[in-house]
Write a protein that binds this ligand. Structure first.
Ligand code: 13P
Length: 260
């Protein structure tokens, strides 16, 4: 399968930003910007937990998917403060992030925790966006490939080939997130190709060529098309630029352009 055959995935990670009214307004604006492009591109937005239902309502007549920034792997029980896969599905969510760098490096989640979240998400029928990526120190120490391989292998641990069809991998170099520094298309392509090779080693060539690997880290309207034009870059996970509907729409259009 080539990049033209993999359906692009473009996600807007809103992180801990905005309030209820702004979230609903942004969702409406995104739905109108994106319009029929969801025929060619999977588009999702990831608001904070309290706003999931409101944002979901605003997206109801659009093809834009609702996503969650986090989940807990247990189905139910005494886990104060946590939210299950079923609860998210009940709110209309269809995709969940796992292992975002801010959860790994600020909140302290390890690969085992990330794996449980990804596995529970796909077992529950939802898309898991498994985030991997090296820090600046790791890049400078020449550890980029080793870190991406470890996070990919451990993140996918125990996930069946069937459930893998609901995994999207997001390569997000930590040093590029929120910094305005973007990996060059060539460096990002190199990382994506190596991550795809890890998936091939785990699952074989067919699943590896079908899985979508998207880039995140200061993706903007100005650089989105050059990144997504690379053969192993199948879309983007957007932070800052996803908070402006027009910018996010431009990035989705770039995804649609390279899909053709
Ligand atoms: P920025 O686009 O703000 O760099 O954030 C990327 C990101 O973390 C998406 O998950």
């Amino acid at each position: 399968m080539t990049s033209e055959q993999r359906r692009p995935f473009v996600g807007g990670n809103w992180k801990m930003n905005g309030d209820r009214a702004q979230g609903t307004e942004l969702a409406r604006a995104v739905a109108s910007e994106v319009g029929q492009l969801t025929d060619a591109v999977d588009v999702a937005v990831f608001p904070a937990f309290p706003y999931l239902s409101g944002v979901g309502g605003a997206l109801a007549d659009s093809g834009v998917m609702l996503g969650s920034q986090d989940v807990y792997h247990q189905p139910d029980g005494a886990f104060t403060g946590e939210v299950s896969v079923a609860m998210l599905a009940d709110c209309g969510a269809r995709a969940v992030l796992a292992g975002h760098s801010e959860r790994r490096h600020v909140i302290g989640e390890d690969d085992r925790t990330v794996n449980k979240k990804a596995a529970a998400t796909v077992a529950g029928g939802m898309i898991s966006v498994l985030c991997v990526g090296e820090s600046l120190g790791q890049r400078e120490a020449g550890e980029t490939d080793r870190v991406n391989e470890r996070q990919t292998r451990l993140g996918l641990g125990g996930i069946s080939p069937e459930d893998l069809q609901r995994v999207v991998i997001a390569y997000e170099p930590v040093w590029a997130i929120g910094t305005g520094k973007t990996a060059t298309p060539e460096d990002a392509q190199d990382a994506h190709a190596k991550i795809r090779a890890v998936v091939a080693d785990l699952y074989g060539e067919g699943p590896a060529s079908a899985i979508r690997i998207i880039y995140g880290g200061s993706m903007k309207p100005a650089n989105a098309e050059a990144l997504m034009a690379m053969p192993d870059i199948d879309g983007g996970l957007i932070g800052g630029a996803s908070l402006e509907a027009a910018d996010f729409g431009t990035i989705v259009r770039a995804g649609a352009a390279v899909a053709r």
